[in-house]
Design a binder for this molecule. Structure first.
Ligand code: SAM
Length: 273
């Protein structure tokens, strides 16, 4: 009673709905769905009959309050989006915040997310990454967004719609250069799943010949260490001083920074002293 479940649903393959998600959708009192028609198909497939409330981008505020009031009166609710994890470039974030602020227990029933699934098969570095979602349709805002990532070292994840893919690849090329490694992950878990492990320039050429169709995640490699070696000596020393303050020996700091930024160890050691 009085609980919100955040339930992940398949991003294409219905077999990816977990047994726990099925059980949760069966047992809650009602479902808050981004598009009730899309969720009805999922429920029908699993022979689940459940009342639904539509909860999407343009009714978040009023429906959020309504859903909360039902939960506070003792009902349980599962929030789902059309595909993947709710709250990730999808409705749910506000509802989680609202429920948590009113002391409602919020529980996750995890499912696939296109972002993490694409990262996993990208072949690029997965240890550190940043999720950037959709770029704005406004040219100035998207260039501002991309410029803020110019020196990003972590792998970057973008969602994109097929009709904007070519323009986005062009923008990525202008900020990160044609040679930057990129994986284009299309239609994951579906019949036409395709993963193109290439460069930004390579992807631009490929999609000049092949019209983009389906759903896409773009995984862009972060800036390589060699590029970061352009960092001025004084800035590298500032990083080094912080490392020394945290308890590292100067000689070890000089050794590590020399490896990362391409300066000579002796030169760094002298500057740090
Ligand atoms: N909440 C979802 C999640 O957790 O992945 C994302 C929803 S967002 C509105 C939809 C975007 O996710 C699509 O435009 C596409 O970029 C990406 N996407 C969703 N399903 C996908 C799939 N099967 N293959 C590739 N990308 C997908």
């Amino acid at each position: 009673m009085s609980q919100l479940f955040v339930v992940g649903t398949p991003i294409g393959n219905l077999q990816d709905l977990s047994p726990r998600a099925v059980q949760t959708l069966r047992t809650v009192d009602f479902i808050a769905a981004e598009d009730t028609r899309v969720t009805l198909k999922l429920l029908n497939h699993f022979e689940i009959k459940k009342p639904m409330v539509s909860y999407y981008e343009h009714n978040l505020h009023e429906k959020g309050e309504y859903i909360l009031s039902r939960i506070l009166s003792g009902e349980t609710c599962a929030v789902v989006s059309d595909a993947g994890m709710p709250c990730i470039s999808d409705p749910g974030e506000d509802l989680v915040r609202l429920c948590a602020a009113h002391g409602v227990t919020v529980t996750v029933v995890p499912g696939p997310s296109a972002a993490v699934s694409a990262l996993a098969v990208s072949g690029l570095v997965t240890s550190r990454f940043t999720f950037e979602g959709f770029l704005s349709t406004n040219k100035a805002s998207r260039m501002e967004h991309l410029s803020s990532l110019e020196n990003e070292r972590r792998t970057m994840i973008f969602y994109e719609a097929p009709h904007k893919l070519s323009a986005t690849l062009g923008d990525l090329k202008s900020v990160f250069g044609a040679d930057r490694p990129l994986s284009v992950c299309r239609e994951l878990t579906k019949i036409h799943e395709e993963i193109l492990r290439t460069t930004i320039g390579g992807a631009c050429e490929y999609f000049e010949q092949n019209t983009p169709k389906g759903e896409f995640v773009l995984i862009v490699s972060g800036q390589e260490k060699q590029e970061a070696a352009q960092l001025p000596l004084e800035e590298v020393c500032q990083i080094g001083r912080k490392m020394i303050l945290s308890g590292m020996r100067t000689t070890d700091v000089a050794k590590e920074l020399a490896k990362t930024y391409g300066y000579k160890k002796a030169e760094l050691y002298k500057s740090l002293l």
